[in-house]
Each structure stands twice: as C-alpha cells, then as structure tokens.
Design a binder for this molecule. Structure first.
Ligand code: SF4
Length: 416
C-alpha cells in the first residue's frame, strides 16, 4: 500500500489488508453504550452547536440558496470555517458518504493499531492517518463507524490508561501485540528459558517516517502508550498586525464599525475583523500609520490622512502556534463611506451586531481596547469641561465658592 504522501508503508504500518466489515470487527457493534447517528451521541450535538455558533447555517441559507453541500470535499470548499475533520464528520454522519474522520481520539487509536511513533503533526503522518481512516471506514455505515472509532478512543483506548484487555480490536493492534510479546519474554526468563523473542515490530534502520524516532526508542515501561508520541513543542512564531477600528456615526448617533471578512482559508478562515494587515518587524509608528492608511484606502475608497489615525495600544493574543500582537489604531470618519456594493466582504455594524458576528476573540479584545480609550477620552473631556466651568465660575463666585445673586454679580463688576 502506498500512503497518501506516496510513502511505501511496510507490513507494520500497512492497513490495506484489513477489510473493515470482515477482518476488523465492527467497532460500533462492540462498544458498549454506543448509539447511532442522530441518536444521543454527544459528538453530534457538539457538531450541531458548533455549526450554529459559527454561523454556517446562515451561509447555507444566504449564499447557497438553502442547499447544504453533501460531500466532504464540497463542505470544505464552500463553507468557511469547515475543515477536514468537520467536513468528514458531517458528510459521513449526516449524508452517509464513505469518508473517514481523524480527530485526536482517532489519531491515538490508529497510531497504536499500527505502531506509528513519528511526530503526529508531520505531513507524512497526517496524510497516512487520513489514508487509513478513509480505507477503514465501513462503506455501508460510515457515520456509525466514524463515531464508533472516536468513541473507542475516548472510552477504551484512552491517553493514559487504555483498557487493552477489554478492547474489541486488540487482535489487530500491533502496539498491544508488542506488549504481549514482552510479557511472554519476561515470563520465559522467569522460568529460566532464554529464548529471545525477535523484535519484529521495528522497521529496522533506514529512517522510516512513521516509526518511533531512533533517538526515542520503545520504552517498555510505557507499554502501548509509547504511541502516539507527542511532538516536541515548537516555540510560537511572533507576528505583528496593524488593525484599525474605523468608526462612523450611526443613524441614532451611536458608533458603527467597519468589519471585513478574512479569506476562506488559512488562520481564522472566513471570520470577520477590523481592517488589518501584517506588519514588517521594526516599523516605527509613523511608518505603521502610512501602511495602515494605504490599506484603509482600499476599503474606504477615499484618502486617509495618517495624522488622523489615533494609536490606542497593543493587544496580545496567543494562538497555539502564533504569538500575535495587534497594534491598534482608531479612526473616526466625519461623513458617510459608501462600500463597494458588489462586495459582500465588508459591512458596517453596530456594537451589538459586531458581538453577534463571527468575529475572533482577538477582535473582541481590540474593540474593548477602543472602548477603554473612548472612556478615557470622555473622562478627560469632562475633566477639562469642569476646569473651564470652575474658571468661569470663579468670576461669579464669592471667595467661599458660593454662587452670587444676579444683582450682586452685576454690582460686583469693576467699572470699565
Ligand atoms: Fe488501544 Fe489497547 Fe485497543 Fe490497541 S488494544 S487499540 S492500544 S485499547
């Protein structure tokens, strides 16, 4: 069998010889407490909830004329925020497409079944796992099969204490087989027999991209939990992004904000945000304002003066792999700004609409920074108004601060 990445899969990792419905027990039938798709499986409810929260149902209604894509490929291609796992789960559970799913539980089960000890975030391993999931999935009941495989990982093949003796697929599990061989070897030694059990589970020298790394070989004390191996934690990369809270006065005087939609793939795919752009490292404030003003012109279709951009502060947001710093500016527009009517990727929203939109947590933090700035500004404005009033008041006040009557005030005026 060749892996999805074109890798030759040796006997240990190969799964093509296993025909799900014959050689491999149907996991759903063996897992106690399992329910069918559409029943009470919690994953189904989670999918439904996440679907509603991400606004995917609105996308189907507004842009796909109410027609829900029915295959994993179309779901991923047409709906923002729907990745490979969600697409596979919806297509198999809701529409019966024979396509696999790979989540954390499935990764663990498959890695143990086929002794995959390489970094599970590597492309070679990811492609191999998807290849296996697509090969194994039961053609007649793909939704049940996928849910059963996930449930097996969640309830039996758990991260720290797998219940191998009760596992319905232990006869097919290479990791368990290896543990049994070690136990047999140990008991032979105990009775004075010295026959060595050959270690047939290693692919041998040659740098197999799926085996345990040579630097971290099999550890007998870990048993089946040798698989999967955690990838060495990478340092998150550092990124800077300039973002602008662009405001206009709404119909009732309340502020309205311009939000724009991110591309349909990549980080935060399809979500809405304040106009933003990545910053090259080391830019000074004036340079940041220039690139940001250029970027804003594309949305407002009118020149933006850099001196009107007001620096708010920096907002830090940590993604799993990115340490992101948003350098936040604000800009209040005097007049109205007509957006490109042909484009559906920008819109003005009230604060309430902003909070109801599919925006990231980072953007909510940015809006909060703007509101804090507004509060500070209005506090300063009130303070200076009070000062002005107290200066004015001083002319018409007694030394004790008491207000004079109008007659006394006029009398008190010095002659011109
Ligand atoms: Fe997981 Fe053990 Fe079952 Fe193998 S035998 S799949 S390691 S629970």
């Amino acid at each position: 069998m060749g892996g999805a990445a074109g890798l030759p899969l040796d006997h240990m990792h190969c799964i093509s010889s296993v025909t799900p419905s014959r050689s491999m027990p149907y996991v759903a039938a063996c897992s106690p407490g399992m329910t069918k798709a559409g029943g009470t499986f919690p994953g189904g409810r989670w999918l439904q909830l996440s679907w509603m929260l991400t606004g995917g149902h609105m996308q189907v209604v507004s842009e796909l004329a109410g027609r829900m894509p029915r295959t994993a490929e179309d779901l991923q291609r047409l709906l923002p925020g729907v990745g490979r796992y969600t697409a596979g789960a919806i297509a198999s559970i809701s529409f019966g497409q024979a396509t696999g799913v790979v989540d954390g539980n499935v990764i663990r089960v498959l890695c143990r079944l086929r002794c995959i000890g390489a970094d599970t975030s590597s492309l070679a391993v990811i492609d191999c796992l998807w290849d296996m999931a697509n090969t194994l999935v039961d053609r007649s009941r793909p939704g049940d099969f996928n849910q059963a495989l996930m449930e097996l990982g969640a309830t039996v093949c758990t991260p720290k204490s797998p219940l191998c003796r009760e596992c319905p697929v232990k006869e097919h599990c290479h990791a368990w087989r290896r543990v049994e061989k070690e136990l047999a070897s140990a008991s032979q030694k105990l009775f004075g027999k010295t026959t060595l059990v050959p270690d047939v589970e290693d692919c041998g020298p040659g740098g197999c991209p799926l085996c345990l790394p040579a630097a971290e070989p099999w550890d007998s004390s870990l048993g089946v939990t040798n698989f999967p191996r955690k990838a060495a934690k990478k340092q998150p990369r550092v990124e800077w992004t300039a973002t602008c809270v662009l405001e206009r006065r709404g119909r009732l005087g309340a502020p309205e904000y311009l939000i724009v939609q991110r591309p349909s793939s990549g980080l935060l795919a399809g979500l809405w945000e304040f106009p933003s752009l990545p910053l090259a490292p080391g830019l000074q404030e004036e340079q940041q304002k220039e690139v940001l003003a250029d970027h804003l012109r594309a949305w407002t279709r009118q020149p933006v003066q850099t001196q009107r951009l007001c620096f708010i502060g920096e907002v830090v947001h940590i993604f799993s792999h990115i340490h992101q710093t948003y350098v936040v500016y604000s800009l209040c527009l005097d007049g109205d700004v007509a957006l490109d009517a042909a484009s559906s990727s920008s819109r003005w929203v009230t604060e309430e609409e902003f909070r109801a939109s599919a925006v990231s947590t980072a953007m909510k933090k940015v809006l909060k920074a703007r509101e804090t700035q507004r509060g500070a500004q209005s506090g300063r404005a009130k303070g200076s108004k009070r000062k002005r009033e107290s200066k004015l008041g001083a002319a018409g006040s007694t030394p004790t601060g008491m207000q004079l009557s109008l007659r006394a005030f006029l009398r008190a005026q010095p002659p011109p």
